[in-house]
Write a protein that binds this ligand. Structure first.
Ligand code: HEC
Ligand code: HEC
Ligand code: HEC
Ligand code: HEC
Length: 163
């Protein structure tokens, strides 16, 4: 290779790596990160004696299909309601569910079912169950073989008590 050629190669390398670097910084500042798999935190975990539930976030958002055979939308799980309409769209900030579903009654989902609508919706475990469970139920109804669990033990194991 001639000297001129080598300088050209170096020049391009510097320019291209510079551009990649800048775009990575821009993306990094805007995009909110999320792990491919999330262990869902719940403040009542210790009281109720269940281990954290696992959500395969990436698979849910990119691979799995809903009951209509469509890819699941971010907005099926993330929302900001304005006068009853979900105005959240992809790219908007995602707040933790507990930010809004911050009920303090510390109830199991089955007990939360007995609350008044306005109080029920505030309970965190209820919000999770309603979201996870309703979709799994709908998916199972059209495809019995789908691995969208409805049984308690498939989503959370009991914490083993020390004897
Ligand atoms: C099946 C439901 C579901 C789908 C679909 C889904 N998410 Fe999530 N996502 C969650 C849950 C649950 C959390 C954890 C929230 C918490 O900890 O309270 C989460 C967390 C996040 C977080 C991290 C928030 C934080 O704690 O900082 C981001 C960002 C996010 N999701 C973006 C997306 C985007 C973008 C899509 C679509 C490509 C998407 N999600 C699809 C359920 C879902
Ligand atoms: C910015 C506040 C906010 C955040 C964050 C939020 N919610 Fe909600 N959520 C609401 C409000 C307000 C309602 C009641 C809407 C109505 O009156 O119908 C609601 C309703 C619900 C409902 C019942 C109606 C429906 O949309 O199906 C479920 C289930 C639910 N939320 C689950 C979740 C889950 C799971 C998360 C986290 C991934 C979450 N929410 C995050 C505010 C929020
Ligand atoms: C909008 C629909 C939808 C919602 C909401 C949803 N799921 Fe799922 N889930 C699915 C589908 C579809 C499958 C996979 C079915 C298959 O592959 O056969 C699945 C599979 C699973 C599995 C088994 C496979 C795996 O990836 O681990 C678990 C566990 C699970 N979901 C947990 C959850 C939890 C926890 C939530 C609530 C935070 C949730 N899901 C919310 C549709 C949904
Ligand atoms: C599709 C997944 C899924 C299924 C099926 C499911 N749960 Fe849950 N459950 C969750 C998630 C997610 C939470 C909130 C985060 C956590 O506690 O791990 C939760 C929370 C709870 C809580 C609140 C206590 C705590 O751990 O903070 C109780 C109690 C509970 N579930 C009982 C049940 C029972 C009983 C069944 C069976 C009838 C069941 N769940 C089925 C996903 C599921």
């Amino acid at each position: 290779m001639s000297k001129k050629c080598i300088w050209l190669v170096i020049f391009f390398f510097v320019v291209v790596s510079g551009m990649v670097g800048i775009s990575a910084v821009e993306g990094g500042e805007k995009a909110q990160k999320v792990d491919d798999e999330i262990l869902i935190q719940n403040k009542y975990e210790k009281d109720k004696g269940y281990e954290k539930s696992l959500l395969t976030h990436k698979k849910h958002a990119e691979e799995y299909k809903n009951d209509k055979g469509e890819t699941i939308a971010c907005a099926d799980c993330h929302h900001v309601y304005k006068t009853g309409v979900n105005v959240w769209k992809k790219g908007d900030k995602v707040d933790k569910c507990v930010t809004c579903h911050s009920g303090t009654k510390n109830l199991s989902p089955s007990k939360a079912k007995k609350l008044k609508k306005e109080e029920q919706v505030k309970e965190l475990a209820w919000a999770y169950h309603e979201n996870c469970y309703n979709c799994h139920k709908a998916v199972k109804a059209v495809n019995k073989k789908a691995n969208a669990p409805k049984s308690c033990a498939k989503c959370h194991k009991k914490i083993k008590k020390k004897k």
